[in-house]
Ligand binder design. Structure first.
Ligand SMILES: [Zn+2]
Length: 431
C-alpha cells in the first residue's frame, strides 16, 4: 500500500484555497461533520467561537467560506499538557543506549553544552508543528532551567511562542533545579531569568531536591508572587518511600493556589496500597491539584532491569479518577534521550491509556482534551454555540475508531481558523 501524507500549515502555500466572497468574512461553515453522538451536522463558526450547530446541509449561505468535512468526525481539538519541546528530536545526536532515567539525564546535561538557542528554536517549532498537524491547539511545554542550560530553553521557547501565535496556544513551564542545597542560589537566579523571559508556569522536580518541602514552598511562593501556575515533576521514581503529593496538597491550600497546581508523572503513587492511593486522591481533589500522567515515557524509562512482571510505572489512575481528581495525559518526550521514539499525537497517548491503564474510550479521550484543558486553565470546548472554536476533524466515524486507527487525515481549527490540514492518498492492488 502506498500512503503519502500531505500537510498544509499557515505560512505554506495552501493548494486549492479560496478567498471568501461573502461580506461576512468572519463566518466559516464546517460542512457535514459527524459529531461524537453520531449525528451529522454543519457547524458555523464566527470569529473565534462556535456560532451555531445545525443538521448537515442546512447552514450554507451564498458566499459562505466552507470547509467540507465530508463525514469526518468533528471533536474538540486535542491538548498536549506536558511536552519538552526544548529537548525534542535529538535522539540520534544524543542517544541513550542504557535507556534509563539517570542515563537520559546524563545525556541531556552533555547536550546542553553544545545545543544552541537557534537550534532549540528550530527543533521546538518543528515538534510543535507536528503536534498541530495531529490536532493539538494548546501545548504546555516544560523548559529546562538548570545551570548547564544557561537559560537557553526559556529564551528559545519565548521565541517559539511568538512564532506560533495564531497557530496554537503555548504555555512555558520553567522547570527549575536546584532550588535548595548548596547550589540553590544558581537555580533560583536561573528561575528569575526564566520568568523574565515570559514563563507562564513555575515547575521543578521536588523529589530530586536536597529539601523537597522547602523546594515546594519556594516554588509555590514564587508562582503566587508572579501570578503564575505551578506544574511539577512529582515523584517520578519507582520507590514507594518517595511520596510528596500530600505535602504538595497541604502547601497548595496553605498558599491559596488551589486550582492552579498540577502534579505530573506521580509514578510512586501507583506503588501504594489501593486505599492509600484513594486517600491521596481525595486530598488532591479537595486542594484542586490536577494530575498529568505520561504513560509513554514512563513505560519506556522506568523499571529497566526488572525482569519479572515489571510495573507499569504509572500513578494509581483508577483511584485518582474515582476520587474526583482531574486526570490529563501527555506525550512527554519525543525522540530525545528520555524517549527515543514516539510521535506527537494525543490519539497515540489515548491508546496507551486504554491498553496500559484500562481507561474507557471516554476517559482516554477526556484525558487528552477536557482534562488537559482544565489542567492548563483553559475554557472547556463543546460542539455548541458559544464554545471557543478549537476543533479537529478526523477521518473516522467514532472516537473509538479515531483512537484505534489514528488516521493521518485531519483538519485542525484554532480560534475559528483552519491552521493545519493533512490528507492522504492510498492505493492497494486490486482496487
Ligand atoms: Zn516531563
Amino acid at each position: 500500500m502506498n500512503q503519502s501524507p500531505q500537510t498544509w500549515l499557515p505560512g505554506d502555500h495552501q493548494p486549492g484555497s479560496h478567498t471568501p466572497s461573502s461580506a461576512d468574512d468572519d463566518r466559516l461553515v464546517l460542512a457535514d461533520g459527524v459529531l461524537a453522538s453520531g449525528v451529522r451536522a454543519d457547524v458555523v463558526l464566527r470569529g473565534s467561537v462556535v456560532a451555531d450547530v445545525v443538521p448537515a446541509g442546512q447552514a450554507r449561505l451564498t458566499g459562505d467560506e466552507v470547509v467540507e468535512l465530508d463525514g469526518r468526525l468533528l471533536v474538540p481539538a486535542f491538548v498536549e499538557p506536558h511536552a519538552h519541546l526544548d529537548k525534542a528530536l535529538i535522539a540520534d545526536t544524543f542517544p541513550n543506549p542504557a535507556g534509563d532515567l539517570n542515563s537520559a539525564i546524563e545525556a541531556i546535561v552533555d547536550a546542553w553544552a553544545t545545543l544552541t538557542v537557534e537550534d532549540t528554536i528550530t527543533r521546538a517549532v518543528t515538534a510543535a508543528r507536528k503536534l498541530v498537524m495531529s490536532g493539538v491547539t494548546a501545548i504546555r511545554t516544560h523548559a529546562d532551567v538548570i545551570p548547564e542550560n544557561d537559560s537557553k530553553s526559556p529564551e528559545a521557547l519565548a521565541e517559539v511562542k511568538r512564532r506560533l501565535r495564531g497557530v496554537c496556544d503555548l504555555q512555558v513551564v520553567a522547570m527549575a533545579y536546584p532550588l535548595t542545597g548548596s547550589d540553590s542560589a544558581i537555580g533560583r537566579l536561573a528561575l528569575d531569568k526564566a520568568i523574565g523571559w515570559g514563563a507562564d508556569v513555575v515547575g521543578g522536580a521536588p523529589h530530586l531536591e536536597h529539601d523537597p518541602g522547602a523546594a515546594l514552598a519556594f516554588i509555590l511562593a514564587t508562582a503566587s508572587e508572579h501570578g503564575l501556575a505551578v506544574d511539577l515533576h512529582m515523584d517520578e521514581v519507582l520507590d514507594v518511600s518517595v511520596q510528596h503529593l500530600a505535602e504538595l496538597a497541604r502547601q497548595t491550600e496553605q498558599s491559596g493556589m488551589e486550582g492552579k497546581v498540577t502534579a505530573s508523572h506521580c509514578v510512586s503513587h501507583g506503588l501504594l496500597l489501593p486505599e492509600e492511593q484513594r486517600e491521596l486522591g481525595r486530598i488532591l481533589a479537595s486542594s484542586g491539584v490536577s494530575v498529568v500522567t505520561l504513560p509513554r515515557t514512563n513505560l519506556f524509562i522506568q523499571a529497566r532491569g526488572v525482569e519479572q512482571a515489571p510495573p507499569r510505572s504509572l500513578p494509581g489512575l483508577r483511584a485518582l479518577l474515582d476520587s474526583g481528581v482531574t486526570v490529563a495525559a501527555g506525550a512527554d518526550n519525543v525522540q530525545d534521550p528520555f524517549y527515543t521514539i514516539g510521535r506527537s499525537d494525543p490519539l497515540e497517548t489515548a491508546t496507551f491509556l486504554m491498553a496500559v491503564a484500562h481507561f474507557t474510550v471516554d476517559e482516554a479521550f477526556g484525558a487528552v482534551t477536557s482534562g488537559a484543558r482544565h489542567t492548563m486553565g483553559l475554557d472547556p470546548i463543546r460542539i455548541a454555540a458559544g464554545s471557543p472554536a478549537e476543533l479537529v476533524a478526523v477521518r473516522a466515524s467514532s472516537i473509538r475508531e479515531a483512537i484505534a486507527e489514528q488516521p493521518v487525515d485531519r483538519i485542525v481549527i484554532h480560534r475559528g481558523k483552519v491552521v493545519a490540514r493533512t490528507s492522504t492518498e492510498s492505493w492497494v492492488a486490486g482496487e
